[in-house]
Design a protein around this ligand. Structure first.
Ligand SMILES: Nc1ncnc2c1ncn2[C@@H]1O[C@H](COP(=O)(O)OP(=O)(O)OP(=O)(O)O)[C@@H](O)[C@H]1O
Ligand SMILES: [Mg+2]
Length: 235
């Protein structure tokens, strides 16, 4: 199986070399746990170090907020967009009913099949090899209806598999004991990683856990995770 490095410092050795190319990984964690930064680092690494173009689908934050968030780590997304190494799909504006000047967006309002079409167009335009969808919680489906969640996520992940894209699906943990919303990961993802932010005495501690990586040996430990101005580091 071909592997592709993640760009997250310290993570590839825990994954037996990186993500399996073309696989879908669910990245789950609470608010502020580092999911968006992880996704941006993965795409920036692919675009700058590996000649793997990437697509970032934003369902909650508007694209300029994402560009801004990346810049604090020195990741200039605008430059990568100009070089056709990255496309941001603005699915947030249509969901919020706001106008947008972005080139990749859903003009006729939000629905899952329109999003799948735009993903197809973006991936095709720059021959993308990586994709981040941030987040599936923003797909606008009722998460108390597992079948709806499964169908929506299944549509998109089937498309990505056909396109042979290595994909990260970001998902928020709402309940302390739930690994991800609605247990979607059981159905679609080949891998599951959680980013944890747990209270220990008087402070919060960050960690990363790999729960599953089909077809791959991986670490089963809880690894310390740090965020600094170079991005995420796992040890
Ligand atoms: N330059 C930095 N140095 C250290 N930590 C940082 C830096 N920038 C951001 N952080 C930390 O990263 C957190 C935000 O990470 P991120 O946006 O990836 O979270 P998230 O999991 O996507 O959250 P949400 O679910 O709310 O979108 C901040 O709350 C902060 O704790
Ligand atoms: Mg986020």
């Amino acid at each position: 199986m071909n592997r592709t490095t993640t760009g997250i410092h310290g993570l590839d050795s825990l994954l037996n070399g990186g993500f399996v190319q073309g696989s879908t990984i669910l990245l789950s964690g609470c608010s502020g746990s580092g999911k968006t930064i992880f996704g941006l680092q993965f795409l920036h690494h692919g675009a700058t170090e590996l000649d793997e173009a990437g697509v970032f689908v934003t369902l909650e934050s508007r694209p300029n907020e994402i560009r801004q968030e990346a810049l604090q780590f020195g990741w200039n997304l605008e430059e990568l967009e100009k070089e056709k190494k990255l496309i941001l799909i603005d699915a947030a504006s249509s969901k919020a009913g706001l106008p947008t000047s972005e080139s990749y967006t859903l003009r006729r309002g939000f629905d899952v099949s329109a999003l799948a079409e735009e993903i197809y167009r973006a991936v095709h335009d720059i021959s993308a090899k990586r994709l981040v969808l941030d987040s599936i919680s923003g797909l606008g489906i009722r998460f108390d209806q597992p079948v709806e969640v499964r169908n929506a996520v299944f549509t998109i992940s089937a498309l990505l598999r056909e396109l042979e894209i290595t994909a990260l699906f970001v998902s928020e943990i709402v309940h302390r004991d739930a690994l991800s919303l609605a247990g979607v990961e059981q159905y679609i993802a080949q891998g599951l990683i959680t980013l944890n932010l747990l209270q220990n005495n008087n402070s919060l501690e960050r960690s990363l856990t790999i729960w599953k990586m089909r077809g791959s040996a991986h670490s089963l430990k809880c690894h310390k995770l740090q965020i600094d101005d170079t991005g995420i580091r796992v040890s």
